[in-house]
Design a protein around this ligand. Structure first.
Ligand code: PBG
Ligand code: ZN
Ligand code: ZN
Length: 334
């Protein structure tokens, strides 16, 4: 017989035949509540609930209804949320005025959420696309190009408004160059730098997997696309430079988005910046793909395998629409 099959030093199975041994073979891949952040969609109308057609089991809520929903989830262990505001009566204009006006749903909700859920970590997505008439994430010049200086100034203003209203974390998703420094400077100027952190969507790619989200938010660009500010999917180089730039500008946390198709970028970013907690955004298109992957048992195991892979690649926290399901799975396991 072939000697190779008898070679003791090549036997691996002796190390994982027992479930506890298998756990030891998978370090830093567990999914606990603090590894999960839940994105929520906030409407202007306090008492409204709307199902999202393109995302099964996802709703948009007015603040009263969101508080009801969050009570259930916080009881099950939810630790953090990421808020996206949606406007319908407030008008969209060229400079995204509604992003930080006093009637903005996020600005209004923050004090309520802080008071109602004292232990919940609250992050706010900072972008102009839900509030601009043209639907781009920054401001435009008269020729339709991104106006870099004006965009960064405006993004920092909006981030500061959410910080003042009570956000623990501001998370700029716009991808305008130099916004992290502008936001940090604004926080320092208002003495908020030690009470608010900056989660940079540092490696955000121009992905085809944001469709259900744009549908939910009514935030698609009216004309053109986002390829001049979101990163080209094939570029690991730009992702490395973007992370380096955001670290240099003072980002507290980094992010890779989408998740599953970009696990090489997750690993590359974690290896370069083990100093910075790393977030991975499992985006709306990933969510719908997994929802359609089989019956509920299959969905659960595919989901857990996917999140385990993200943790293995270096993710510390995963932003996921599956948070409610995950909290149920975790509580059954203990
Ligand atoms: N700045 C907009 C924004 N913030 C988060 C997402 C995507 C989230 C998801 O798909 O779940 C997007 C879409 C986009 O950039 O086009
Ligand atoms: Zn945007
Ligand atoms: Zn955004």
């Amino acid at each position: 017989m072939n000697q190779l099959f008898l070679s003791a030093e090549h036997v691996l199975q002796g190390g994982y035949f027992h479930s506890t041994l298998r756990k030891l073979q998978e370090p830093n891949t567990s999914i606990e509540p603090h590894n999960i952040m839940y994105p929520v969609f906030l409407l202007e109308d306090d008492n409204e609930v709307q199902h999202v057609g393109s995302m099964p089991d996802v709703c948009r809520y007015g603040i009263e209804q969101l508080i009801k929903r969050l009570h259930q989830l916080v009881e099950k262990g939810l630790k953090s949320i990421l808020i996206f505001g949606i406007v319908n009566t407030l008008e969209k204009d060229a400079s995204g005025t509604a992003a930080d006006c006093p009637e903005n749903p996020v600005i209004k909700a923050l004090p309520r959420l802080r008071a109602t859920f004292p232990d919940l970590l609250i992050a706010c997505d900072v972008c102009l696309c839900p509030y601009t008439s043209h639907g781009h994430c920054g401001l435009l010049t008269s020729t339709g190009a991104i106006d870099h200086a004006a965009s960064v100034r405006r993004i920092a203003e909006v981030a500061l408004a959410y910080a003042k209203a009570g956000a623990h974390i501001v998370a700029p998703s716009d991808m305008m160059d130099n916004r992290i420094k502008a936001i940090k400077d604004a926080l320092v100027a208002c003495k908020l730098q030690n009470q608010v952190s900056v989660l940079s969507y540092s490696c955000k790619f121009a992905s085809s997997m944001y469709g259900p989200f744009r549908d939910t938010m009514k935030s698609s660009p009216m004309e053109g696309d986002r390829k001049c500010y979101q990163l080209p999917p094939g570029s690991a180089g730009l992702a490395a430079r973007a992370a380096a730039r955001d670290v240099a500008e003072g980002a507290d946390f980094l992010m890779v988005k989408p998740g599953l198709p970009y696990l090489d970028i997750v690993r590359q970013t974690k290896d370069k910046y083990p100093t910075h907690p790393l977030f991975v955004y499992q985006v709306s298109g990933e969510y719908t793909m997994i929802c359609r992957s089989g019956d509920s048992t299959e969905v659960q195991s595919i989901l857990l395998e996917t999140l385990t892979s993200m943790r293995r690649a270096g993710a510390d926290c995963i932003i996921t629409y599956f948070a409610p399901l995950l909290l149920d799975i975790i509580s059954k396991k203990h």
